[in-house]
Write a protein that binds this ligand. Structure first.
Ligand code: DGL
Length: 246
């Protein structure tokens, strides 16, 4: 099977990593819209327009399935992408909510969702979590983490100052932290150190693999997947980052 993986930039590599470990797909085509990242500060119409352009790319690549490894795109463009594709298009938000349901037995759990401004504005996570019976939910836009990750700042003083900037006024210590932006798993260890071991981190990549296991009958392949990288700007930089992270 030929899988397409789409993100606005390099963050979707965190999802690709989980997908490669799951060994479902013979070929993976990753496309990052690196020329136009970040999407998380853009309006709905622009996010939809860019996403449909990416869909055209994946149609030409003849993929059998497309994973939207971007929460911002999943929040705004999933339905329109599905309506325009002849193959399954799977977003990360439903998968993330399923993962929360699976890992938190207590509906009283305090959940912090960190995401781009656009994802927070959509309230897609909050609505899904409320429907699932959770009610202690705070959504926080932490957009600065996106350029930091793109710059390779994954730990250290500068990142910790950004944590203080966003989290020092929190009204609770989260039982679960949803990494609702695919860039954020790359700073997962730093976030875990900041919040402590008791906070359960929910990762889009692991969540999507779990969902694929539940909802699709995908046979395991025996060899390593063939991965091809494409980007709207500086594909060499994307490949270099992929080499480091995957
Ligand atoms: N990786 C994207 C997401 O999951 C966010 C980065 C961006 O702002 O484009 O929302």
């Amino acid at each position: 099977m030929r899988l397409g993986v789409f993100d606005s930039g390099v963050g979707g590599l965190s999802v690709l990593k989980s997908l490669l470990q799951a060994k479902f797909f013979k070929e993976c085509i990753y496309y990052g819209d690196t020329a136009r990242v970040p999407y998380g500060v853009k309006d709905k119409e622009t996010i939809i327009k860019f996403s449909l352009e990416a869909l055209d790319f994946f149609k030409k690549e003849k993929v059998d399935m497309l994973i939207i490894a971007c929460n911002t795109v999943s929040a705004y463009a999933l339905e329109i992408l599905r309506a325009n594709a002849s193959f399954p298009v799977i977003g990360v938000i439903d998968a993330g909510i399923l993962a929360v349901k699976n890992s938190l037995k207590n509906k009283d759990s305090k959940i912090l969702v960190i995401a781009t401004q656009a994802t927070v504005n959509s309230h897609a996570y909050k609505q899904g979590l409320l429907k699932s019976g959770f009610f202690h939910i705070e959504e926080k836009a932490t957009g600065l983490f996106v350029p930091m990750v793109e710059e390779g700042i994954l730990k250290g003083k500068f990142l910790n100052s950004a944590f203080d900037y966003y989290f020092s006024g929190l009204s609770f210590k989260p039982d679960a932290l949803i990494l609702a932006c695919t860039h954020f798993p790359l700073i997962a260890q730093s976030l875990q150190n900041y919040f402590g071991e008791k906070t359960k981190l929910i990762h889009s990549g692991e969540a999507i693999v779990w969902q694929l296991n539940q909802e699709y009958t995908l046979a395991k392949i025996q060899q390593e997947s063939i991965v091809k990288f494409y980007a709207s700007s500086d594909v060499e930089k994307l490949k270099k980052i992929a080499k480091l992270w995957l």
